[in-house]
Design a protein around this ligand. Structure first.
Ligand code: DO4
Ligand code: MG
Length: 285
């Protein structure tokens, strides 16, 4: 079951139930004007199933602008959760290699702040590459949607844009490599109610196009994430509160070759089999 945020013809943000590949139902007449109303419910899927679909306005998806599926939730990210990510980062920096090696094996995962909700880029909009960086990559990641009680209620697609030269120069530069204008994309919507066991069968694919040619593509499986989702979510909620819930990116398992860097006007497509397709162009920021 998929829910989205969208802008209607009057430019109002609404919550939609995406019932097929081309239609959504506007949930406002059912009293659902915010994602949080559903996400805080003990059984969001059950709540939707109770609704009489016939009474809800049907809107073609092509007529709406999708918004990022976040309202006031903070966005955080876990790192070095795939072997591929550990290896790539150890190669990127002699200086920090031991830190990546240790965190992959440690009990406590790497978790860092990524974005406030209002800065998140939706599908269809441009993500940013820093003008003071020379080596910029997307990081295609499964994102966990957590309610204020730390319960995983859904999943979406995330792009943890990163400047690898800044990160590689010194680990203390990580916030600058990771948190800048347009560095986080989420979307296109949230898939509700998939248990972890089923989500671990999902495939994550990325394709980067330049002048309509594919210049990089790769894929991985959610099942290759070293830690359980509950483990990651549990560490995020340790000694921390999220009154509006939170989004947690689960790390990247696809890293382009070291010779690859993004360029302005590239097109990035990230697909997760159980969720959908997140599509963004690239701009210099
Ligand atoms: O420490 C670097 C960041 C790791 C990361 O973002 C990832 O593995 O996805
Ligand atoms: Mg990442």
């Amino acid at each position: 079951m998929k829910i989205c945020r969208f802008k209607n013809k009057s430019n109002e943000a609404r919550i939609g139930w995406v019932v097929d590949g081309s239609t959504l139902l506007d949930l406002k007449p059912a009293g659902i004007g915010e994602l949080q109303t559903l996400l805080e419910n003990d059984d969001p899927v059950g709540r939707l199933k109770q609704l009489n679909q016939q009474t809800l306005p049907r809107i073609p998806l092509r007529e709406v602008t999708l918004l990022a599926p976040v309202e006031r939730q903070e966005v955080w990210a876990a790192g070095v959760t795939y072997l591929r990510s550990k290896t790539a980062r150890m190669e990127e920096s002699d200086f920090s290699a031991t830190a990546y090696d240790k965190v992959y094996a440690a009990e406590r995962p790497e978790i860092f702040f990524k974005s406030v909700a209002e800065k998140v880029v939706p599908t269809g909009d441009a993500v940013g590459i820093r003008r003071d960086a020379k080596w910029n990559v997307p990081e295609p990641e499964l994102a966990l949607i957590l309610n204020s009680r730390g319960k995983i209620v859904g999943h979406t697609i995330g792009n943890d844009m990163s400047s690898r030269d800044i990160e590689g120069e010194n680990l203390l530069y990580l916030p600058q490599a990771k948190i800048y204008d347009r560095s986080c994309a989420l979307g296109p919507w949230i898939t509700l109610g998939t248990p972890e066991k089923a989500a671990r069968d999902w495939t994550i694919r990325i394709a980067i196009k330049r002048n309509k040619e594919t210049v990089f593509s790769g894929e991985t499986s959610v099942g290759k994430i070293k830690r359980t989702f509950d483990e990651l979510a549990g560490f995020l909620f340790r000694s921390q509160v999220f009154p509006h819930g939170a989004v947690l990116l689960t790390g990247t398992g696809v890293v382009p070759p070291d010779t690859f860097t993004l360029q302005e006007h590239d097109e990035i497509e990230i697909e997760i089999s159980g969720v959908g397709l997140l599509r963004n162009s690239v701009m210099l920021v």
